[in-house]
Every structure is written in C-alpha cells, then in structure tokens.
Design a protein around this ligand. Structure first.
Ligand SMILES: [Zn+2]
Length: 168
C-alpha cells in the first residue's frame, strides 16, 4: 500500500517534470496543464489576453475597463473556464487569476492570463470528460494545448473551439 503510494507519487512527479515549462505566446492559443492527484483536480491555464479581451494594453476606454473587470469577476469561478461532469461532485477549493493587466502594469507588447484552480471531487472516477465553455464567450480563442496527468498516466491533446471537449 505504502509502496504503491510512493510509486504513484514518483510517477506523478516525473510526469510533471516533463511538462513544458512555458507555452509560447501565440494569439488565440492557450495552454492547460490538468493534473488529477487522488481526489484533487488541479489546473494551470495560460492564454494571451488578446484572445480574451481583444486588447493587451491597459484599458483605455470605459468599455475596455468594464470588459476587463467582467473577465476578472467571471474567473472567480473555475466553471467559467472548465466544466466537469456533475457525477464527479467537485467543489472549488482554490482559484487564482493573474495578469500584468489586472495589476495595472503596462507590459511590453503582450500580456497573458495565468489562471490556476483546484477542485476537490467526491467521485474523481467520474472525471471522464471536460468541456471548455470560455471558447463561446471569447471567440478570438481558438485552441488549447492540453497536458493531462493522472495517477501514472500522461496524455497530450489539442482542444479546438469547434469541439471544446477533452476526454482523458
Ligand atoms: Zn500578444
């Protein structure tokens, strides 16, 4: 039992180490690392702000300020980004949305959103399908490079806005 647990941890850690460190900034395209460890689903999503807001500089108009504020507010819930099966009975335990823009820092040309979340799921075996509803609200977003890591297994996939779904 203990050995099994250790073995799984080692596999998980080595899988994490092989993940790409940083995704390239390409407009419309984001990256997501999804890790399932026991009953905790953890995600790290990066996306150019251009794909989400249509601009990457600090807001210049009231409309832009409102759009950015609305995005920040929406991201208080991980379900704005990812939808998990109801049977999995997941609860959000942590969420964080970071960007230079949210802090009022003018970047040199480009800005990204870095969004991380943790869900605790009563029935993680039901995590067989993930949907990404944000594609519908942010039509400049068209692609998500996904790395999936779960107890000893690893999978890469490209999720596109035309079919915003991933099944491990
Ligand atoms: Zn950019």
């Amino acid at each position: 039992m203990v050995f099994n647990f250790l073995r799984q941890s080692v596999l998980l850690i080595s899988a994490l180490l092989t993940l790409p460190v940083m995704a390239q900034h390409a407009h419309g395209k984001g990256s997501l690392q999804l890790v399932l460890n026991e009953d905790v689903l953890q995600g790290q999503w990066s996306m150019p702000m251009e794909a989400l807001l249509g601009f990457e500089h600090l807001p210049k108009t009231a409309t832009q300020t409102e759009a950015m504020r609305k995005l920040q507010k929406s991201l208080e819930s991980a379900s704005y980004f990812i939808e998990v099966p109801a049977d999995a009975r997941c609860q959000q335990i942590e969420v964080r949305a970071e960007s230079d823009m949210f802090q009022g820092i003018q970047s040199k040309g480009h800005s990204d959103l870095h969004f991380s979340f943790k869900l605790k799921c009563a029935n993680p075996l039901a995590l067989k399908k993930f949907d990404f509803p944000f594609f519908k609200s942010h039509i400049r977003s068209n692609q998500l490079k996904l790395e999936w890591v779960a107890q000893g297994s690893q999978k890469s996939a490209t999720v596109r806005s035309s079919k915003p779904t991933f099944s491990p």
